[in-house]
Design a protein around this ligand. Structure first.
Ligand SMILES: Cc1cc2nc3c(=O)[nH]c(=O)nc-3n(C[C@H](O)[C@H](O)[C@H](O)COP(=O)(O)O)c2cc1C
Length: 448
């Protein structure tokens, strides 16, 4: 492993494997002969501010474990295309409703950087709008201009200074646009123009209102459909420029793609409505457009609502079998991972929440497609044993958590303790526990 930063300040670009052997790290920290070398911290590369380099990403399991036990699946690394994730406990996207004009703020820095210093395999930022009118709330984040790129770069640069991976979720709210932030009013209420909303500028496949009090959307023309596909494409290009490691397309929770796919919200009679193939056409166009502008090495994920929870209703709806079929199709279009959420496209939904409530959906896709597409489970995963069991039973390849990470930013560390797994943490957090100088010994042993 070559480190492009002065390690302990004694020279540039050392090869950790051979140099650690050569300098005998153990004696380096216990004798005085080369103490001078141990007086300076190696800085993280490629950032304009000083922060210590993390030679091994926090959240990585020590391999082999000093007790000789096998590493549980949750802490096994995963490589997708050109990106390696050090573990399989990932942060699910969570809207913060704290942006002005789509720009991430100091809150976003505190929130995301506070999570990623503890080493989730991937920290995904929230639904980020591809256009101003594609925001769900006026306070949503966005990436519809180059100025947004610069703002996001501050967060991705910090992630990379920590040797961590950061993803973005690209979204268009469709008929759920221009509503109030979640903690203000249950269900959301249309925000009028005088309070920063755009209720006259809300678009969807059909003019079908989601709920009373929300805008009745205008039916999108074909030109408008093309425009939105291009907005996704441009946003993906910007996400690459901004330094994100992964892109997830938000096709769940009643947002625009979800509402095109479902017969409950898509009543069109042109080639974007009617048959299953027609309804999913827009989503596939977005996927193709995005895949065409991002590097081959960059993983592309898709979040879907596996079901609308309308199985008990007489009308046709999007159900799990549609999701299973669709997963196979999007895998052929360059989607590497499908993230199985559910609901959010109908007020009539009949949801049964609880621990692991969406795991049957990830399991169904996994059983149908095996390794053709990777699968993420999310929803009600709140402890290490459950998370590990989901992977062990082959119900998913990774687990995502939302609320648990909000309450416990160091969830990866907690899970490691619960499973008895020895992991690396950030130097600043690790040394007081393992002892002065011991972090270096721990890494030397792991990297030689
Ligand atoms: C505060 C909050 C904001 C959320 N925002 C988003 C979002 O921006 N995009 C999305 O796809 N899901 C969003 N979700 C859903 C979560 O990603 C996750 O799927 C859900 O909370 C279930 O997982 P959990 O039980 O681990 O919290 C949000 C959830 C919460 C709690």
């Amino acid at each position: 492993m070559t480190l492009h930063a002065p390690f302990l300040g004694y020279k540039n670009n050392i090869n950790l494997n051979s140099d650690i052997k050569r300098f005998d790290l153990a004696s380096m920290v216990t004798t005085t002969s080369i103490d001078l070398h141990a007086t300076r911290i190696a800085p993280a590369a490629e950032v304009t501010f000083f922060v210590p380099a993390q030679h091994v990403p926090a959240g990585t399991a020590v391999d082999p474990q000093s007790n000789g036990k096998p590493i549980p699946d949750l802490f096994k690394p995963l490589t997708i295309r050109g990106v390696t994730f050090q573990n399989r406990v990932w942060v699910s996207p969570m809207g913060q409703y704290s942006a002005k004009d789509g720009f991430p703020s100091p809150w976003h820095k505190a929130f995301y950087c506070g999570l990623l210093i503890h080493g989730p395999g991937l920290t995904s930022v929230e639904a980020t709008a591809v256009s101003a009118r594609g925001r769900v709330t006026p306070e949503d984040c966005g990436i519809w201009s180059d100025a947004h790129v610069a703002a996001w770069k501050e967060i991705t640069a910090f992630a990379h200074s920590q040797n961590q991976k950061i993803g973005i979720q690209l979204a268009h709210g469709g008929r759920k646009s221009s509503i109030s932030a979640r903690w203000l009013i249950k269900g959301g209420l249309s925000v009028p123009a005088e309070h920063g909303g755009w209720p006259e500028d809300v678009y969807a496949p059909s003019a079908v209102q989601f709920a009373e009090g929300m805008a009745t959307p205008k039916e999108m023309t074909k030109d408008h459909i093309c425009e939105v596909v291009k907005e996704f494409k441009d946003a993906a290009r910007r996400a690459v420029d901004a330094g994100f490691d992964t892109i997830e397309l938000h096709g769940a929770h009643g947002l625009l793609m979800n509402s095109f796919d479902s017969p409950t919200s898509n009543h069109r009679t042109d080639e974007y409505g009617g048959s299953w193939e027609n309804r999913t056409r827009f989503t596939l166009e977005v996927i193709q457009a995005v895949r065409s502008v991002i590097p081959d090495t960059m993983p592309l994920f898709y979040r879907i609502s596996a079901t609308e929870y309308l199985e008990s209703q007489p009308e046709a709806s999007w159900q799990l079998e549609d999701t299973v079929k669709f997963a196979g199709i999007i895998a052929n279009h360059g989607v590497d991972l499908i993230d199985l959420s559910a609901g959010g496209n109908s007020m009539k939904q009949d949801v049964k929440l609880g621990p692991l409530h969406q795991v049957p959906f990830s399991e169904a896709v996994k059983r149908a497609h095996g390794d053709k597409i990777l699968v993420a489970a999310v929803g009600g995963i709140n402890n290490a044993e459950d998370a590990q069991r989901v992977l062990e039973k082959g119900q998913a390849d990774v687990v995502l958590m939302g609320r648990y990470f909000q309450k416990n930013p160091s969830a990866v560390g907690l899970f490691a303790e619960q499973l008895g797994v020895e992991i690396f943490r950030s130097y600043q957090i690790e040394w007081p526990t393992v002892g002065r100088g011991q972090s270096l010994l721990k890494r030397a042993a792991a990297l030689t």
